[in-house]
Design a protein around this ligand. Structure first.
Ligand SMILES: C[S@@+](CC[C@H](N)C(=O)[O-])C[C@H]1O[C@@H](n2cnc3c(N)ncnc32)[C@H](O)[C@@H]1O
Ligand SMILES: Nc1nc2[nH]cc(C(=O)O)c2c(=O)[nH]1
Ligand code: SF4
Ligand SMILES: [Mg+2]
Length: 200
């Protein structure tokens, strides 16, 4: 059984697949406590793989996003195979502290700084890197940490302004993030589109 916080149908609001209709499977629980985390994920109900797949298949989209919480702590090959058997494209949003060994179709990696010794980044490759931008100093440190490890940078590099919930502060973060992208053009902006248009 897997502890699931919610399963919902929306558009992918972030990163490479922004705008693509997708079914989100949100796992409950995480090994990090990012101060800026925008998700309440602690509550959940136990569901079998068959139940999860049955809810996912109520929606017409083939794109599925496993998120959380931290899905890499909980996924298993049975779930991935069951989704593949239904022709689903399986993407995962992960903080990278546990290696994703299952054969998923797309890994979105969003590592965080200042992780505890037992929560270091294990995932050293991915399809897209999506870093939460707080300020220049933080983002440069995060990128440097990745450069100094045996991390392979993917083709798709996104900076996502940290949503603080305070509009004036967000505006400054967005402006700084835009400046960073203009100075470092390998990076592009990922706005959390779903928040801008007030959908889930
Ligand atoms: C809620 S997390 C769940 C998946 C995984 N635990 C992770 O952090 O990648 C989903 C995405 O939202 C991003 N995120 C979380 N809080 C955010 C915030 N306040 N502003 C912008 N992005 C945020 C994360 O970095 C991650 O890319
Ligand atoms: N629309 C929408 N797109 C998303 N992309 C990643 C999300 C997440 O919370 O992992 C998310 C989310 O919560 N909603
Ligand atoms: S790793 Fe992801 S889910 Fe966990 S606290 Fe950080 S942003 Fe939230
Ligand atoms: Mg979200």
């Amino acid at each position: 059984m897997l502890k699931i916080n919610e399963i919902f149908y929306s558009l992918q609001g972030e990163g490479y697949f922004s705008g693509v209709p997708a079914v989100f499977v949100r796992f409950s629980g995480c090994n990090l406590k990012c101060p800026f985390c925008d998700t309440l994920h602690e509550e959940g109900k136990e569901m079998s793989v068959e139940e999860i797949v049955s809810v996912v298949c109520q929606y017409p989209a083939l794109h599925v996003v496993l998120t959380g919480g931290e899905p890499s702590l909980f996924i298993d090959s049975h779930l991935i195979k069951a989704l593949h058997d239904k022709q689903r494209f399986v993407a995962i949003e992960t903080n990278g502290t546990r290696l994703v060994e299952e054969k998923v179709d797309w890994i979105t990696l969003s590592p965080k700084l200042g992780q505890a010794q037992n929560a270091q980044i294990q995932q050293n490759k991915c399809d897209e890197l999506k870093l939460v931008y707080q300020n220049d100093e933080q983002i440069k440190r995060l990128i440097k940490t990745l450069e100094e490890s045996n991390f392979t940078f993917p083709k798709h590099l996104f900076l996502q302004p940290c949503d603080t919930g305070i509009s004036a502060k967000n505006q400054k973060i967005i402006e700084d993030c835009v400046s960073f992208c203009k100075s470092n053009p390998l990076w592009r902006l990922s706005l959390q589109m779903h928040k801008l248009i007030d959908i889930k």
